[in-house]
Design a protein around this ligand. Structure first.
Ligand code: BGP
Length: 460
């Protein structure tokens, strides 16, 4: 076989509680920021389709796990909903939720599928947001208590934990660019949110390691390689700053237990450093992960700014760089994101050369398609474009592994078409299509391709 993957490679897909569970305000679950935001602005992004309209995994978990099995998954990532497990954010545990998650984990094991469980996928409980969200140290402590509760309740069934999915996204969306609740645009507050998220991460990692229960804990980062327009020093510097702010401010603490010195110097120079406590340094040092999840969708194309920013304008990352449309780059015509398969290889190479080749896996990669309707006469979506997308990325992944990268698996985003943060069902990503009205599930052509690829542990 031309592209054979290592033995025991993790073939699976990723999803999240808030995008699939449904039953958003039922069975004891309290509201998250998504429920609140949708109630306040139902048509701003979601065309009136809110987070309660999902594939309803809460009811269909058994059927969906049977489908995962049919697609030859040996691993599956989803998340626990904090607002479902501990509806008041701290304190009393919702026993309905315990029963639900235990059933899910047991069924996954029964089908030979290892659960990879994430603790936070953008879904801040509203009660915690009202107490300041990630701007509050009190919420950091509450998250650590929630993480501990999960380890205690589910630690015998779950051995692969993740503290956060894409912690930079709530920072960008909620505090810089106004596409997530609470719609703030303020770099200083964004920096505090980013910093506190990594403190929360470190508390959870430390607590998990102290348990010594034979499992492992990691974090999932969306790494976006920042490619400069040219080797001209100004462009290179601009790309480095984008890399520091959007990648290394999470990657370095997670893999090295400390922030990059250049990042600290930059924020100090512009008086944007968040407030620190004396004990933070040691805490961050204990947040080094056992396993890194890498979400990769598209790179950043960066150039230095053509014109100086007015120094009196509010501080923003874009003071230092601009994104540009690289001529000739390949775009996903259905989603508007760039497709650059080599990015996956470049990420692995960077990790190998600069971060001591950590244990890692691709925790998300996928192709969103707007208005996906290429049905055949049997109602199956003929998504050859998605097969090309996945196989082209897997080829570069294979090259990285053959050169020594410690990459243990590939998870597709996602298993079934799901509700999404800023566009509901506009872009569909699943291996399985969902008819939202009837809840009918139909495996797409790409799902069949993946089933075979996973069974053969590779492809030609
Ligand atoms: C990642 C998130 C996922 C998912 C995916 C696709 O950033 O972890 O939750 O939504 O992106 O993005 P979108 O649904 O916006 O197209």
């Amino acid at each position: 076989m031309k592209y054979a993957f290592p033995d025991n490679f993790w073939w699976g897909s990723a999803s999240s509680a808030p995008q699939t569970e449904g039953e958003t305000l039922a069975f004891g679950k309290s509201a998250t920021i998504w429920d609140r935001w949708f109630a306040e602005q139902p048509t701003r992004f979601h065309h009136g389709v809110g987070p309660q309209h999902t594939s309803t995994f809460y009811q269909h978990w058994k059927q969906d796990i049977a489908l995962l099995k049919e697609l030859n998954h040996n691993t599956f990532r989803t998340s626990i909903s904090w607002a479902r497990l501990i509806p008041q954010g701290r304190g009393e545990v919702n026993q309905e939720a315990v029963k639900f998650y235990n059933q899910v984990f047991d069924e996954l094991h029964a089908q030979g599928i290892t659960p990879f469980i994430n603790l936070f996928h953008f879904d801040m409980p509203m009660v915690m947001q009202e107490r300041g969200g990630w701007e509050s140290r009190d919420v950091v402590t509450a998250y650590a208590e929630y993480a501990q509760t999960c380890f205690e309740l589910f630690g015998d069934r779950v051995k692969h934990w993740f503290t956060f999915n894409e912690p930079v996204v709530p920072v960008e969306g909620g505090y810089l660019y106004d596409f997530h609740y609470p719609n703030v645009v303020d770099f200083r507050r964004a920096a505090t949110v980013a910093y506190h998220t990594m403190l929360a991460h470190s508390l959870a990692v430390k607590a998990y390691h102290e348990r010594h229960d034979g499992g492992e804990i990691g974090i999932i980062l969306n790494l976006t390689p920042s490619y400069p327009r040219s080797q001209n020093p100004a462009d290179v510097k601009a790309a480095n700053i984008a890399d520091l702010l959007f990648n290394r401010s999470f990657l370095d603490p997670a893999l090295r237990g400390e922030y990059p010195k250049e990042l600290v110097a930059l924020l100090r120079e512009y008086d944007q450093l968040p407030a620190c406590q004396p004990e933070d340094k040691a805490l961050l040092a204990s947040g080094v992960v056992d396993l890194l999840g890498i979400n990769y969708y598209q790179p950043r194309r960066i150039k230095c700014r053509d014109s100086q920013v007015n120094p009196d304008s509010p501080f923003m990352p874009e003071w230092f760089f601009e994104a540009y449309d690289m001529p000739g780059r390949k775009m996903n015509p259905y989603r508007g994101w760039e497709i650059y398969e080599q990015g996956i290889y470049d990420i692995l190479t960077n990790l190998r050369e600069n971060y001591n080749n950590p244990r890692c896996y691709i925790s998300e990669n996928g192709m969103g398609v707007e208005n996906e309707r290429r049905f055949d006469e049997n109602g199956q979506i003929q998504d050859e474009y998605r097969i090309d997308f996945v196989s082209d990325h897997l080829k570069w992944l294979h090259k990285g592994i053959s050169e020594g990268s410690n990459c243990l698996g590939y998870h597709m985003w996602t298993f079934i078409d799901n509700w999404s943060w800023c566009n509901a069902y506009k872009n569909r990503y699943g291996f399985v299509s969902l008819d939202l009205a009837t809840q009918k599930r139909t495996i797409k052509k790409s799902g069949e391709w993946f089933r075979e690829t996973a069974a053969k542990n590779g492809f030609d």
